[in-house]
Design a protein around this ligand. Structure first.
Ligand code: SF4
Length: 401
């Protein structure tokens, strides 16, 4: 079908669901139309979220050794991926890790634990960490992601001050058995509904790049829309060696942008969050995705490393967007952000000299002499692009935030 992008954006602005054919046409659109697709999605993003980018920060509070077999997951049963493995972090360590993200500009911290789902004792443990964190950071949202919930658990998390609960549908109902055999799609839907019923803000999204068809992607996007989630994380498969989906590099930067745009048209006023895999699949086009999504994860992921948090901030500023809530942040982050130009610098506005050795990094400025090189776009898809997380939560090394 011929894709009428103006009509598609107009429908999204009035929260009207596109047809399946329109959603499929976005995914099938040619490269020549890519910037038009991004521009149409940007109309929608700008209407609901302006030019703000909300930063989320992941804390892996229990890592690895999961009994479930989700094929995409480095923490699954039988995974030989060399990821960090540790049991529940102590409350002080949870708070310290989460506050590293807050200091980096995060407005929401996501406390994530591996496993099929929490026991009631686990809920006590997480509720107590949430409560202690909220006492110190009342304005920061906390999202819990603990797997399948059973009776009353969502209510107890809500009572402790948890803002949101994340449980992704991940893929379509029709494709689900191809990515997991130890639980079912319907289990996931039930947990999202339980979180909603308890008053937790529902967060549910997808993973692309797992062998799904365009129809599967549209199915899962429509299923998400039907659940009316407040936020929709879009992950791009990180194909860890040692998992069944190792070696599956089927995404291109352009396809990632089309997928994000399709999700934006289907869920126009949801927080569409660019999540895991953005560095390795979007690579140099990450900043273009900011015109579609209104939220990203800062720094590292659960078991893999992202680009430096300072590079995230620089990317946002260079693309002409602002970090949500940064204006309220005292200290280094606000100073660093204030120092950034609001539009691309003219050729003669570059700083005359680099910062002094040892001075804190200022996003967008040249590195200090002797400082480590600022990568951080992998040059190409492939196993070398996946970096296992070796810092932050569960280690003695500082977090990347
Ligand atoms: S339940 Fe969660 S931690 Fe366990 S294998 Fe699945 S995605 Fe990974």
């Amino acid at each position: 079908m011929t894709l009428d992008l103006d009509r598609l954006a107009d429908k999204a602005l009035s929260r009207e669901l596109p047809t399946r054919e329109e959603a499929l046409a976005v995914l099938a659109s040619p490269d020549d139309d890519l910037l038009d697709v991004v521009a149409a999605a940007f109309r929608v993003r700008r209407a609901f979220f302006g030019r703000r980018v909300k930063l989320n920060y992941l804390v892996n509070i229990k890592s690895g050794l999961c009994p479930e077999d989700c094929f995409y997951c480095s923490q699954r049963a039988g995974s030989s991926a060399d990821v960090l493995k540790y049991t529940w972090l102590k409350t002080d360590d949870v708070i310290a890790s989460a506050e590293a993200g807050v200091a980096g500009g995060a407005r929401r911290v996501c406390l994530v634990a591996s496993g099929r789902g929490p026991t009631d004792r686990d809920i006590d443990r997480v509720a107590s960490a949430v409560s202690a964190f909220k006492d110190r950071n009342p304005d920061v949202e906390v999202c819990a992601c603990l797997g399948l919930l059973s009776g009353g658990q969502a209510e107890r998390l809500a009572a402790a001050g948890t803002t949101a609960y994340n449980h992704n549908l991940n893929t379509s109902g029709g494709h689900y058995a191809d990515i997991c055999t130890t639980h079912e799609y319907a289990d996931r839907v039930a947990t999202v509904e339980a979180a909603k019923s308890a008053g937790l803000s529902p967060c549910s999204g997808l993973i692309a790049g797992m062998g799904e068809t365009d129809e599967d992607l549209v199915d899962v996007a429509f299923a998400l829309r039907a659940m009316n989630p407040d936020s929709v994380p879009v992950n791009f498969l990180i194909p860890f060696d040692g998992t069944p989906l190792a070696g599956r590099w089927e995404l291109t930067p352009h396809r990632c942008l089309r997928i994000l745009a399709m999700v934006r048209f289907v869920c126009p006023d949801a927080e569409v969050r660019l999540a895991g895999g953005r560095e390795i699949h979007l690579r140099t086009l990450q900043s273009l995705a900011l015109h579609i999504v209104n939220s990203i994860f800062l720094g590292d992921y659960l078991t893999s490393e992202g680009q430096p948090g300072a590079a995230d901030l620089a990317m946002i500023a260079d693309a002409g967007f602002t970090v949500e809530g940064a204006e309220d942040k005292p200290g280094e982050l606000a100073a660093a952000l204030r120092s950034l130009p609001q539009s691309p610098p003219a050729p003669d506005s570059a700083p005359d000299s680099p910062p002094a050795p040892g001075s804190p990094p200022v996003p967008g400025s040249p590195p200090a002499p002797g400082s480590p090189p600022a990568p951080d776009y992998p040059a190409a898809a492939g196993p070398d692009a996946v970096r296992i997380r070796r810092r932050g939560a569960g280690t003695t090394l500082p977090a990347n935030a």
